[in-house]
Design a protein around this ligand. Structure first.
Ligand code: IMP
Ligand code: MG
Length: 195
């Protein structure tokens, strides 16, 4: 068990976040990086000859995408898209907003969407539809984590299947915090300190 201490002034912290939260490590840094490297090899081999447009789904997908693109040995450009479905809750709100809109210049491109996690699958499903409407040639997806509860939505590349728990770290947040953890942990809210 590791402890993540939130250090900003108390007024900046959403009320429901305890100052210190216990985290059970689910995937350590070395395990994550080994898998990311393997995904990079697989993508590079399977998509040889293509010029990719890698689309990190912000904000959660940015840490994973930053490591993944350095393991993909193909010509590529990077065009982030911002999608938001959670607000500050730990369950999906059921609607998706795209605060930055659809990136310019994607018509005719072969996209690789890179996101942190598949929970309900709503984000990926809606993004895919919107991108196809905007004239891309193909959409593939590479998702680091897939929760067991997720309906069988087809994803081309998945890093790890994980239990149905709320996880943070390596890009995944709770109310904006924890994205900088180099590992993935389970937020153990029940035993969290309320200090
Ligand atoms: P979906 O649309 O329900 O598949 O949710 C996808 C988005 O919800 C992800 O891109 C994450 O930003 C967020 N999300 C889902 N589960 C978790 C979690 O366990 N921890 C942190 N964020 C999550
Ligand atoms: Mg996200």
């Amino acid at each position: 068990m590791h402890w993540y201490t939130v250090t900003p002034t108390v007024s900046e912290i959403p009320l429901e976040i305890p100052r210190e939260v216990p985290l059970d490590i689910l995937l350590d840094r070395a395990t994550i990086l080994r898998r990311v490297a393997a995904l990079g090899v697989q993508i590079s081999e399977e998509l040889t000859g293509q010029e990719l447009c890698v689309m990190p789904v912000m904000d959660g997908g940015m840490v994973f995408a930053a490591d993944l693109v350095r393991e993909i040995h193909l010509p590529l450009i990077i065009k982030p898209i911002k999608a938001s479905s959670y607000g500050e809750a730990t369950t999906s709100s059921g609607t998706l907003s795209l605060p930055w809109g659809i990136p310019e210049g994607i018509a005719g491109k072969d996209l690789l969407l890179v996101d942190d996690i598949l929970d309900t699958g709503l984000t990926l499903q809606i993004l895919r539809e919107r991108l196809i409407e905007n004239g891309v040639r193909s959409v593939r997806s590479c998702i680091l984590l897939r929760k067991h509860s997720c309906v069988q939505l087809s994803t081309d590349y998945v890093g790890f299947e994980i239990p149905d728990k709320f996880v943070v770290g390596y890009g995944l947040d709770y109310a904006g915090f924890y994205r900088n953890l180099p590992y993935i942990g389970v937020l153990n809210q029940e035993s969290g300190s309320s200090a």
